[in-house]
Design a binder for this molecule. Structure first.
Ligand code: FAD
Length: 374
């Protein structure tokens, strides 16, 4: 096991919290800094694939996630008019065959589960703080924070999201996040009793996913082709979504008809970035969206961010030096994350080109790969 006095995790999102928990459980002293003083979470729901559940099981929160989310086996594919086209069996992991193939959870619920576990693991959390300077000296990185305080850490995990300032500072020539041509509308609505697993509505002007996230609620996503990346007026979002769904039938028609000014709707243009290997410089490692932000087409961005945290903790326990652990981490992570980012972008591209058969093909190959042990 690599000896490290203290690890600093930058960013308290899904990726940062997962790394912090995994490292603390491995026996490391961990400090986490989060820029948002209120440690809020943006977004609505989250699709949680079986592979993501498997990663969460390594953090000891599987039971709580299953209890507070909504999980099932398989999913249904409908035409946008509401006719059932076919059913998918869903993902089955060879190393965790008994887990559900997937489901969903509200983002704030997952955030609470993970942040409570962070507290239980005695991780020091400092909110409303970011680093202003990082400097590697010998076997430690000296960090200056925005409140003037300083610290020395044997390893830094930078999980500061798609716009990572650590990535910009340490890798000024790294690729920058690129808009992919689509925007994603996310809604939280009541779950009718007859919607018992995730369903997708294809072949229409937009693609729609309906994902139960609890006994009471569902998360609905709507993917729109918006080549010129327009500004979206937040006061008329419900009207814009209603217009996008005007030709839909089946379960989506009811969701559309119920939209009103108080509906919970979040819009976000999609962007992606993949850092070339390695994602580390000296003793600073980028994880999660900071290293590999993907579009949601394979519903795996959060899953990968969680896996990153589990893997770095495992490799630190196996290795003798930080360098060895980081090299082993990259060996296990790069191809897997690249597949998800590249195939997600490709699914978006063929969706925009209206090639539904190709979507299935890429989806099947990708899910098969993601189901494999990480
Ligand atoms: C529209 C959309 C839908 C998605 N749907 C899914 C899905 O269904 N399933 C799925 O698995 N994935 C999904 N994803 C991907 C998933 O949301 C991300 O991959 C995941 O949230 C990444 O987590 P992260 O911790 O790396 O980054 P983030 O969640 O961005 O967290 C970064 C954290 O760092 C903090 N921070 C930033 N800068 C600093 C700093 N300098 N110092 C300290 N703190 C800092 C931020 O405040 C934030 O809390 C979706 C993404 C999008 C855009």
């Amino acid at each position: 096991m690599v000896k490290i006095d203290r690890v600093l995790v930058v960013g308290g999102g899904i990726g940062g919290m997962s790394a912090a928990i995994a490292l603390a459980q491995a026996g490391y002293a961990v400090e986490l800094v989060e820029a948002d003083p209120e440690w809020r979470v943006l977004g609505a729901g989250l699709t949680v694939l079986g592979s993501t559940l498997r990663a969460l099981s390594h953090l000891g929160v599987l039971e709580e996630v299953e209890r507070q989310g909504y999980f099932a086996r398989g999913n249904d594919i409908y035409s946008f008019k509401g006719n059932l086209l076919f059913q998918r069996p869903g993902m089955r992991m060879p190393d965790a065959p008994d887990l559900p193939s997937g489901g969903g959870i509200l983002r704030p619920v997952l955030h609470t589960i993970l942040s409570q576990r962070v507290k239980q693991e005695n991780i020091t959390v400092r909110l409303g703080l970011h680093h202003t300077h990082l400097e590697e000296k010998g076997d430690a990185v000296r960090v200056t924070f925005s409140d003037g305080s300083e610290g020395r850490y044997g390893l830094i995990i930078a999980a500061d999201g798609v716009q990572s300032s650590v990535r910009r500072q340490l890798f000024p020539d790294a690729p920058v996040p690129t808009f992919t041509g689509q925007g994603c509308w996310r809604l939280v609505v009541d779950r009718p009793a007859d919607i018992v697993r995730s369903s997708f509505y294809v072949g229409g002007p937009v693609t729609v996913g309906v994902v139960p996230v609890s006994q009471q609620q569902m998360y609905v996503w709507v993917l729109e082709h918006v080549p010129d990346n327009p500004w979206v007026d937040p006061t008329t979002q419900h009207e814009q979504v209603r217009e996008l769904l005007k030709d839909f039938g089946g379960g989506v028609a009811k969701i559309r008809d119920d939209l009103n000014p108080a509906s919970i709707i979040v819009y976000r243009p999609l962007e992606a970035v993949l850092m070339p290997s390695p994602w580390c410089l000296g003793r600073v490692l980028l994880t999660g969206d900071a290293a590999h932000a993907t579009t949601p087409h394979l519903a795996s961005g959060a899953g990968l961010a969680i896996e990153d945290g589990v893997v770095i903790a495992q490799e630190l326990c196996r290795a003798e030096t930080v360098e060895e652990a980081l090299a082993a981490f990259m060996e296990r992570r790069f191809d897997r994350c690249r597949l998800v980012v590249e195939n997600s972008i490709e699914i978006g591209r063929v969706e925009m080109a209206h090639q539904p058969d190709r979507i299935n093909e890429i989806m099947n190959v990708s899910q098969e790969a993601i189901a494999q042990p990480f």
